[in-house]
Design a protein around this ligand. Sequence first.
Ligand code: PA5
Length: 446
Amino acid sequence: MSDILDWTNADLDTLDMAAYAARAETMAARLREETGAGRLPFLTMPYEAALKKQLADLEGYLDRFEHMLLLGIGGSALGARALQKAFHPSQDRPGHRGKSLWIADNVDAYALTAYMDSLPPEKTVVVTVSKSGGTIETVGQYFIIKEWMKERLGDAWADNMLLVTDAEKGFLRGEADAYGIKALPVPDNLGGRYSVLSAVGLIPALFLSMDIDALLAGAREVADVLADPALSGETLAGTQAFRLAAWGAALMDKGFTEMIFFAYIPLWASFGDWFAQLWAESLGKEGKGSQPVPAVGVTDQHSVNQMFMDGVRNKACLFLTCPSLPDGPDFPEDLPDQFAYVRGKPFGELIRAEGLGTRMALSRSGVPLVEIRMGADGPRQAGKLIGLLGAATILTGWLMGINPLDQPAVELGKRLAKARMDADGLAEEKAHLAAFLNANRDEREF
Ligand code: PA5
């Protein structure tokens, strides 16, 4: 079965798609320039052959461990979690016996303590993932876990550590050099939220025995045409990534300030969080953008769906489905009359019917919607989805006139937190903090 984007309910005739389609030539030229200069490794994947070799070399080493504790945050964690939930669901189910991946992507003393109390250090590999090598939420956990490993394993502690970081610089690269810790690079110019198909997401994927070749091949199905040095405007205009980008930008022009990502592939729910970071950090710039809203079918039909259907009419939707999900067991035949409509039918028919019902209802409620209908729910399709949404996000940013590859606004909160912890310098931030904290507070007990 093919993978399809269904545009039937995208409300294209109400949007100024033509204005964006007219820019395909310019966008193709920019793609040629950026990919030619090596600035878009998300599309060109120049690191692929070396990475496959590095992963093959790691395989025997990873076999020694039962647990992987991944320390990372944002783009250094969300892709790995999406893959884990999609392709290693047994860890969340009763009776799990195989390997376990634990992703520590918060400053959560309960969780960190639980890992140290319960994980067997000799059977645990700790993978610290940080492109910059200096993200305090990640490196802070590394400091504590490193002490734990040293206490429990003595001189052998570094054997159970693995680093994924910049090839040349940063604190973690220094750790790799100083202690001989195995380290794989995050390729240059590959920002965190675009990096799941590098060592960042593929080391955990390898640990959980996923089909990495299929993931990469799926992404290439989308990326290769966009990375073609001879890409023409006409070819670009015909790609689904460009169409999605034109749609996304045209929607924003019309006041659609929210983009729902409604996943009707339950195991792929965490792709919603991955997409939310991708879309928000890439496109929320200069007062522009649309807020990504991850939702899961059918669960969220009973939570946030009322707002989607009848709240502010500012929402569009990417609706992810896979008609070939397994049927599961049949409903019994002897059900009460009130449930006669499911008697003897496969359990899986319910999600297909509910997905259709919700999709149609959203459409009728004025929510422009593109259905991303996957022909199967395997790793090739997941790679394809990653490629499609990443490419569409970059192109949407370009069409909006912003830079989809940076995230400058998130720095202020980080600087203020450092000022609060009394880091050197940061005089201005410290002054602002003092003013903020000394303002007349309006605090009431409840
Ligand atoms: O997408 C991004 O670039 C960010 O979300 C980063 O992934 C996140 O801030 C973590 O950064 P780092 O990998 O440098 O620790």
